[in-house]
Write a protein that binds this ligand. Structure first.
Ligand code: SF4
Ligand code: SF4
Length: 206
C-alpha cells in the first residue's frame, strides 16, 4: 500500500512537457529511442559518483521527472567524454542531452546547493555575458566564496605561487564592447535564475 501511495504521489510530480523540451534541443531528438540497455552507465567513467546513472537520467527525463533530473549531481558530474554517445546502440546523443539538462537547470535555478561545477558554470557564464571574457582570479574567488570559503584560505599559498609565476593574473579582463555580445546571449542562452531549493525545507537544513 505504501509503495502504491508513493507511486501515485510521484506520478503527480511528472512534468509531461519536460521530455518534449529536451527533445526539441539539438541532440535530444532520439530520447524516446532509449531501450534502457545500460551500456551508457556501464561505460561512463564517473557513474560510480553519480546519484543517478546515465541510464536512469534517460528514463527519468523520458518519464517527465524534471525536478529530480535538474537537481541531480549527475548532470554536473558528466565529464563530456562522449564514451556513452559513441557506444549507445540507439545512437542517442547522451552527452548533448546532459548539456541540454545543464542549461535548463541554470535557467530554472535548480541545481545542487554549493555544488562547485554548477556554481562554476553559472559564474563563468555571467562573467562572459557581462565582460565578454573571464578573469580567472575573480572566477576562482567567486567559486570558493559560494561553495567552500575555507578551501580558499587553505589554498592561498598556491594562489600566490601562481600569481608570482605569471600563471594567474589579477588583471580584470574585458572586451572593449561587451554589449556587442548581448544579442547573441539574448537569442541563444538562458536567463539565469538564483538557485531554488530542492525542497522548501532544504535551505534550513544547512
Ligand atoms: S546506451 Fe543508449 S539505449 Fe542504452 S540505456 Fe543508454 S541511452 Fe538508453
Ligand atoms: S559523456 Fe558524461 S555521461 Fe557520457 S560517459 Fe562521459 S561522463 Fe559519462
Amino acid at each position: 500500500m505504501k509503495a502504491l501511495e508513493q507511486t501515485i504521489k510521484y506520478d503527480a510530480d511528472r512534468d509531461r512537457e519536460f521530455p518534449r523540451q529536451i527533445m526539441s534541443r539539438p541532440g535530444g531528438e532520439k530520447l524516446f529511442g532509449c531501450v534502457q540497455c545500460g551500456t551508457c552507465s556501464g561505460i561512463c567513467p564517473v557513474a560510480a559518483y553519480m546519484d543517478y546513472t546515465p541510464r536512469q537520467i534517460m528514463a527519468l527525463t523520458r518519464a517527465g521527472f524534471k525536478r529530480e533530473v535538474l537537481s541531480s549531481r549527475t548532470i554536473w558530474l558528466c565529464a563530456s567524454c562522449y564514451a556513452c554517445t559513441v557506444e549507445c546502440p540507439k545512437q542517442i546523443k547522451i552527452t548533448e542531452i546532459m548539456y541540454a539538462l545543464k542549461r535548463l537547470a541554470l535557467r530554472e535555478g535548480v541545481y545542487p546547493k554549493r555544488f562547485p561545477v554548477a556554481v562554476l558554470a553559472r559564474e563563468f557564464f555571467k562573467m562572459v555575458r557581462f565582460n565578454g571574457r573571464i578573469t580567472e582570479s575573480e572566477l576562482v574567488v567567486r567559486l570558493f566564496l559560494q561553495t567552500n570559503w575555507l578551501a580558499l584560505l587553505k589554498t592561498w599559498r598556491l594562489g600566490i605561487n601562481l600569481i608570482r609565476t605569471g600563471r594567474f593574473s589579477l588583471k580584470g579582463e574585458h572586451m572593449k564592447n561587451p554589449d556587442a555580445l548581448r544579442p547573441i546571449f539574448a537569442e541563444g542562452e538562458p536567463k539565469l535564475r538564483p538557485r531554488q531549493p530542492r525542497h522548501p525545507w532544504e535551505d534550513m537544513e544547512s
